[in-house]
Each structure stands twice: as C-alpha cells, then as structure tokens.
Design a protein around this ligand. Structure first.
Ligand code: APR
Ligand code: PHB
Length: 384
C-alpha cells in the first residue's frame, strides 16, 4: 500500500492534517490505535482561538461549530473576594474565542474525512515507523504503508517521537506539583463567561459546553485519584472556591464524567527528523490553564499543510525545512503564557507569604492596568 503522507494518530492534529491535505489534492492514510467511539468520547479542553475557528470553517468542518459553539468576548479572574472581567472586545477589538468541546471537533473531522472518502483506520495495532532517513514506511497489524513523508500526530505517549534516534532531539520540560480534576456536569452554567479563580484552597475553573452542560476543574494534588473525589466532595470544594464573591451561587447537577489531568509542560526541538514531522501533543504539551493545546495542534498542521503542498506541487523543500522553526515560535509563546497563567492562579506548596503577595500583586496589576490586561487578552485569544 502506498500514500503520500502516512499519519499516525486520529486526534485533532492527525485528522485535520489529513483533511487539509485532501483539500490540496494530497493523499494520506490515518492510523489510530483506539476505536472511533473512544476518540469521539475523550473529553478534553474546549476553548478555540479565532484562528482555530477560521481554519476549521475554511476547511468546511465549521458548520456545527458555528451553530453550537459559544462565542465569548471576555473571561473573569476571581480572587480576594472579587471578580474582574478581562474584556476582549475592548482590549483586543474584533478578536474572541469560541467554547466548543475538543471531542466535538474530533467528531466533525471524522465525519468530514469519511464523507470525503478519506482513509482513517481505527484500532490499528503495533504501528511502527521505519526508514526515516530516506524511504519512510509504516508497519501495522501485519501490513506495510509506504509513504513520502510521515506525520507523527500520535500525542504525548505515541510511537513517532521515540523512534527518532537518541541524541537528535532536545527536550525541554517542567512538571507541576499538582493536577486538575475535571468534571462534566448536567447543569446550566452559573456564569455566562469562564471564571478562573485563585483561592487559598487552590485554583478552580468554571467553564461550560452548552446551555445545559457545565465543565469544571479543581486544582488537586499531583497524585490525586477520582476515587478520592466522590461527587459531594467535588461540589463542596467547587463551592468553597467559586462562591468567593458576594451573591454568587454555584448550581450543581449530575456529574457525567470525571478525570484527573497531570499538569506538565514539554517541548522537543526540532519538531522534525528526516522524513518525520511531529505535530501537536507529539511535539509539545502545555498545562491546560491557557487552553492552548488544541490551538497549537491546529497551528502546526496549518504550517505543515502549506509546506507539504509546496513540496508535492513543485518539489520545494524550503517550507518543510523551516517547519520546526516556524512552529516553535508560537509553541514557546504558548509555553510562556501557560506557565504564566498557571503560576498566577495556583497555590504552590513551597510558596512562602512573600511569594503569595507577589502573586496577588500581579493579579491586581493584570486587573487594573490596561497594558497588563491586554497582554493576557491577546495571548488568550491567540497571537496572529
Ligand atoms: N499508534 C496509533 N495511534 C496512536 C498511537 C500509536 N502508537 N499512540 C497514540 N495514538 C493516538 C491516540 O490514541 C490519539 O487518538 O494518537 C492520537 C493523538 O491525539 P491527541 O492526544 O488528541 O493529540 P493531538 O491530535 O496532537 O491534539 C492535541 O489534544 O491531547 C490534547 O490537550 C491536547 O488539546 C490538545 C490536543
Ligand atoms: C475547558 O472548557 O475544558 C477549558 C477551558 C479553559 C481552560 C481549560 C479548559 O483554560
């Protein structure tokens, strides 16, 4: 079997890449180890930058997103007994975000790939990468797929990055000493906009998915398990952290899903070796505080699509050679922003009273200075 681009992983990166390539007349095969049902149900973040929405709409997969996505023009930062709005419409006019679950993006992309006759294979076993230096091919479940280029879109735990020879990639990473417990609840959001809350008990986030479904996160110890968090404990803790301003009551409801997400930052450089190009979580992850993971994956595959189109159309490798550098600029901006949001809003065990005062001082600055608020807003909605 032969294709132009062999893609490992049917997350947002792999699926969108396959679709964007199809629109440019380039063939691909997507190999995914999980089932279709599994990837369509995997609950992740749900904040899409303007540029991400534009890419999905232009690719013809934005119809339901436009109908069901929730446009947001601000967020609230809550701390010290008060809420402060970061007003995108004033600080970054014309730019906003859309709240739409990542698994909805995945469903829309799978439907579009299949409707266009795309080759997406689920439950594929033992994908392995070969011949990266000259003649790349993939093997899986007893089959062989020859290709011109391999795209490693298989997330942080995939096989593509580990198949690069030792010593080629530089790794930059940081683990945070806490995790996020995330829940989906069948209850109308108690706020129209996202609320990022810093309290002495730790961070909490109120987000949403629809007029009847809310999404919440709690900062928990790094080794926390869902078993330690029965529903009543979750609601009590969310109330203790979010009901920290007068007059705000958190509505509760049935919890439909629970999960613990580790907080980690990771980047490899370069995002390429021989005929292998890494995209999305395979190359970098951010702590979810800035909601950048999916947006970075989309930005990577946009750059990769243009580079591959130039290569297949006229043999030019200039854009492919510049792929890693072009992506890493955005990746590092997002790394810094995610680190900054995380540091601003979480409690750290080793923090002394001096450190806490610095944190509060910065929060006061961000919520009172237009210059500082603009820094937050322009990063949050996404750099051009
Ligand atoms: N063989 C085939 N598929 C694999 C393998 C493998 N050995 N290992 C992993 N995969 C699949 C995973 O099952 C998953 O469906 O690769 C896919 C990677 O998808 P994601 O983890 O969603 O990563 P990505 O597409 O880069 O999207 C980035 O997703 O992880 C979130 O928060 C992250 O929002 C960000 C976005
Ligand atoms: C989410 O809605 O899942 C979400 C929102 C904002 C974040 C992270 C996750 O920063």
């Amino acid at each position: 079997m032969r294709t132009q681009v062999g893609i490992i992983g049917a997350g947002p990166a792999g699926l969108l890449l396959s679709h964007l390539l199809h629109l440019r007349g380039i063939s691909s095969v997507v190999l995914e180890k999980r089932s279709r049902d599994y990837v369509e149900r995997r609950v992740r973040a749900g904040v899409l930058e303007q540029g991400t929405v534009d890419t999905l709409v232009e690719a013809g997969v934005g119809e339901r997103l436009r109908r069901e996505g929730l446009p947001h023009h601000g967020i609230e930062l809550r701390y010290g007994g008060a809420g402060h709005r970061i007003a995108f419409e004033k600080l970054v006019p014309g730019r906003s975000i859309t709240v739409y679950g990542q698994q909805e993006v995945v469903k829309d992309l799978i439907a579009a790939r299949l409707a266009a006759g795309g080759d997406v294979r689920f439950e594929v076993e033992d994908v392995a990468v070969h011949g990266l230096e000259a003649e790349p091919y993939l093997t899986f479940g007893g089959e062989r797929l020859d290709c011109d280029v391999i795209a490693g879109c298989d997330g942080f735990h995939g096989v593509s990055r580990p198949s690069v020879p030792e010593g080629v990639l530089s790794v930059f990473e940081r683990d945070y000493p806490f995790a996020w417990l995330g829940i989906l609840a069948r209850v109308a959001p108690s706020s129209e906009e996202l609320i990022y809350t810093r309290t002495e008990r730790g961070f909490a986030l109120h987000s949403m998915r629809s007029p009847t479904v809310s999404r919440f996160y709690l900062q928990v110890p790094a080794d926390a398990t869902v078993e330690e968090w029965p529903d009543e404990r979750i609601w009590a803790e969310l109330k203790a952290r979010l009901e920290s301003v007068p007059g705000f009551t958190l509505a509760t409801g049935e919890i439909m899903e629970k999960g613990v997400t580790p907080m980690r930052a990771f980047v490899v450089e370069p995002m390429q070796y021989g005929r292998l190009y890494l995209a999305g979580d395979a190359a970098h992850i951010v702590p979810p505080t800035g909601a950048k993971g999916l947006n970075l994956a989309v930005a990577d595959v946009r750059v990769l699509t243009d580079a591959l189109a130039a290569y297949f159309e006229n043999g030019s490798t200039a854009l492919l050679d510049g792929y890693s550098e072009a992506c890493l600029k955005r990746v590092w901006r997002a790394q810094h922003f995610s680190w900054w949001m995380t540091t601003l809003l979480h409690t750290f065990e080793d923090d002394d009273p001096y450190g806490r005062r610095l944190q509060l001082s910065y929060l006061d600055y961000v919520t009172s200075s237009e210059a500082a608020a603009t820094t937050l807003a322009e990063n949050y909605v996404g750099m051009p």
